[in-house]
Structure formats: structure tokens, C-alpha cells
Design a protein around this ligand. Structure first.
Ligand SMILES: *Cc1c(COP(=O)(O)O)cnc(C)c1O
Length: 391
């Protein structure tokens, strides 16, 4: 068997990681994603998927997907700019432009690729990218890929952002980048304040609303709807389909010039195979449910309220999150793993998130709620937390 010449070094690193409680490995799920999952052969009540609206296993999505396969086959067979762009892709782009109220939409095969492509495609040498410290890895990596300079500012700190803008007037073009909903904290970016600073300093704004689209706003139009940002003042919006939409892939919504530029220059758009047409067909079905079924958001909101009230009564330290992401910071990673294991022993699955995904000393349980949970299940989680966290 071939091994790399620095194999011993790698093995040592792995051992160190294990000793520090940071070793990670995928587990095998059997059957559909959902509230009840079978992982490594055992049944769990799950509070760790990003399927916030419970659409990943929805019959309408399955049917649209299967019909899509019947019509268009499985693989798209080429990049969008060759022959990979199917009618479903086109329909989905148009439907999302309507949904977001933006001029144009461009699809990407994943959110990670979208962020890399948008940032690298828009920013050049002499430009400056200004990012929230807690932004998703794919945004930070987009900045690293680009020839532009990159600065970070303290998490959601509008004064810190203003300072960065004041001190960087010499840059050619500037792009402020933020998660709309922060993926490991669940809190919201101060979008109105960011948009207002952007106006003052003549900068563009990119909002990654992977955890906002579908969930925030009365119609699920994400952070911009939640904060009632005027249509004339929308940021460049990026969204993913792997979370609330229950499918896969991603999009960016912006004006004509930005989208046409990305079609020419976003390398992760140009040099990759278009996602399977049937996935776009399923996402079209999902977009309809997202828009029509307000009850999913209302139910989710009620469950979030129930969880927060219950957790507060237990004396658990909640984070300032009104979203489906409700983390409980434990601090020490080994302690977090222990608590995660104790919950598993009770048949409950939550995310145990450790550095480097989150800052040092802030290992946490990442609890996520879904419209498919019910009140009794949230009570069951709270009862278990009362035993394993409060002891
Ligand atoms: C999940 C996520 C992404 C990546 O999207 P994928 O489609 O899973 O690649 C990007 N940004 C944020 C904030 C995310 O949570």
C-alpha cells in the first residue's frame, strides 16, 4: 500500500487530535433524514440536522425528483456553460429571482462553491474584503482564494466594522461579507446597520443566508425580509438548498451586472459540472412549499419558544438566538463530548461542535429544531438536558 513520505508526522497529528478530544468521523445513517433517524444501527431522536422545515423527506420533493430523473436522466453531464444547464435549472433561477425580488439568480452546485466563486469572481488585487470573524469557512476561504486583501471584524460588532471602513478608504473596491444567520451561534447579523454603513462608505455587501432562507421572514425570504430591507437596497444574497429547502446546491441573487460577471469569472461556476437537473426539479417543488406553507415557520417558531423557555427555567446558558439553531456552550471539548454521549445514551442526538469549527474554549452542543419536531419531543430533550447538563 502506498503511503506518503510524511506518514509518521500525519499519524502523530491524528493521535494528538484524538488526545485533545477533536477527532471527528462520519457515522452511517440508514434511511431518511428526519427527526427520527437510525445512526450506526441505533434509533435516535435527532436535534442535529439542518432540515429546519422538515422538507428533505417530503413526498412532493421525492416525486419532483423522480419525475425529473425520468425526464432528464441522472447526471447533468456537463458544466452550465456547455450543455449542463437544463430547463429545470433555468426555471429554478427564474423562480428564485421572483422569490428574492432580485434581478437575476445564478445556481451553484454547492454553497461552498458559491461563496468561493462569488468572492473570488467579484474581487481583484487592490480590493478589500471585510468579513465578520465568525463567518462560515467557505466565505473565509473565498477571501483567501481571491487576490484582494482581507480583514476581519469582531463578531456582529457594527462599531468595529465602521472602523474597518473608515480606515480602508484607499482600497479600490470593498465588499463587506457576513452570514445572515451565524451557523454555530444562531444569532443574526445586524443587517440594517450593515446596509446603512455600506451606503455611507460606498461598499458592496454579500450576505450568506444559508440558515435564513426558508426560515426567516413571513414568506421565508430570509434575513432581508425579516429586517424589511427595501428592494432597492438589497445586498448580494447567497442561499443554499441543503438546509431549509431539503435538497442540495446553492444560488446567488443580485443585479444583472453582478450575475453576468459571475457567469464569466466565477471559477467554481465555470469549471464544475452542473448539479443533476432532478435536484433542481426537487428544489422547485420545495420552493413552492417554502412559500405556501407558512405553518412550518409558525410551528418552528413555537418550538423554538418552548425550548428557550424550558432551557431558561433549567438555568442553562442560552445564546441570543431566535432561530432554529440553539447552541448550549459547554466550554471544554472533552466535557462537551461527555455530555453528547450521555444524551446519546438516552436516545437523543445533538451536534457536538468543537474547535476549530468554533473558537477555543467554546465547545458546544448545537441543538437544531425542525418543523417536524413536536412539543413532546422538545420536552423529552429538555428533560434529558436537565439530567446531563444541570448535574
Ligand atoms: C452550509 C453552509 C454553507 C455551505 O453550503 P453547502 O451547500 O453545504 O456547501 C455555506 N455557508 C453557510 C453559512 C452554511 O451554513
Amino acid at each position: 500500500m502506498a503511503s506518503v513520505p510524511w506518514s509518521t508526522q500525519l499519524a502523530n497529528n491524528l493521535a494528538e487530535r484524538k488526545a485533545a478530544g477533536r477527532y471527528r468521523k462520519p457515522r452511517i445513517r440508514l434511511g431518511e433524514q428526519g427527526v427520527d433517524v437510525v445512526v450506526d444501527g441505533k434509533k435516535y431522536l435527532s436535534f442535529c440536522s439542518n432540515d429546519y422545515l422538515g422538507l428533505a423527506e417530503h413526498p412532493a420533493l421525492k416525486k419532483a425528483f423522480i419525475d425529473g430523473v425520468e425526464q432528464e436522466g441522472v447526471g447533468s453531464g456537463a458544466a452550465h456553460l456547455l450543455t449542463g444547464h437544463s430547463r429545470y435549472h433555468q426555471q429554478l433561477e427564474e423562480a428564485l429571482a421572483d422569490f428574492t425580488g432580485q434581478q437575476r439568480v445564478l445556481l451553484f452546485s454547492s454553497g461552498y462553491q458559491a461563496n468561493m466563486g462569488i468572492i473570488d469572481g467579484l474581487m481583484a488585487r487592490g480590493d478589500l474584503i471585510i468579513q465578520d470573524k465568525l463567518n462560515h469557512a467557505s466565505l473565509l476561504d473565498g477571501g483567501r482564494l481571491s487576490a484582494a486583501n482581507q480583514l476581519r471584524y469582531r463578531h456582529a460588532d457594527i462599531t468595529a466594522l465602521a472602523m474597518r471602513l473608515q480606515q480602508s478608504e484607499q482600497a479600490n473596491n470593498r465588499l463587506v461579507v457576513s452570514d445572515g444567520v451565524f451557523s454555530m451561534d444562531g444569532d443574526l447579523a445586524p443587517l440594517p446597520e450593515i446596509m446603512s454603513l455600506a451606503k455611507t462608505y460606498n461598499t458592496a455587501v454579500l450576505i450568506d443566508d444559508a440558515h435564513g432562507f426558508g426560515v426567516l421572514g413571513v414568506k421565508g425570504r430570509g434575513s432581508a425580509e425579516h429586517f424589511q430591507i427595501k428592494q432597492t437596497n438589497l445586498p448580494i444574497e447567497m442561499g443554499t438548498f441543503g438546509k431549509a429547502f431539503g435538497t442540495a446546491g446553492a444560488f446567488v441573487a443580485a443585479d444583472e451586472v453582478v450575475i453576468e460577471t459571475l457567469i464569466q469569472q466565477a471559477r467554481t461556476y465555470v469549471y464544475t459540472t452542473a448539479q443533476p437537473p432532478a435536484i433542481a426539479a426537487a428544489t422547485l417543488a420545495s420552493l413552492k412549499l417554502v412559500q405556501d406553507e407558512n405553518w412550518r415557520r409558525e410551528k418552528l417558531t413555537a418550538l423554538i419558544q418552548q425550548f428557550r423557555t424550558g432551557a431558561k427555567d433549567l438555568g442553562l446558558a442560552l445564546m441570543p438566538s431566535m432561530t432554529a439553531i440553539q447552541p448550549i456552550v459547554i466550554g471544554d471539548e472533552k466535557q462537551a463530548i461527555k455530555i453528547g454521549q450521555a444524551l446519546e445514551d438516552k436516545g437523543l442526538l445533538v451536534g457536538v461542535i468543537r474547535p476549530p469549527t468554533v473558537p477555543e474554549g467554546s465547545a458546544r452542543l448545537r441543538i437544531t429544531l425542525s418543523a417536524n419536531h413536536n412539543e413532546q419531543q422538545v420536552t423529552q430533550l429538555l428533560n434529558a438536558l436537565a439530567v446531563v447538563c444541570v448535574a
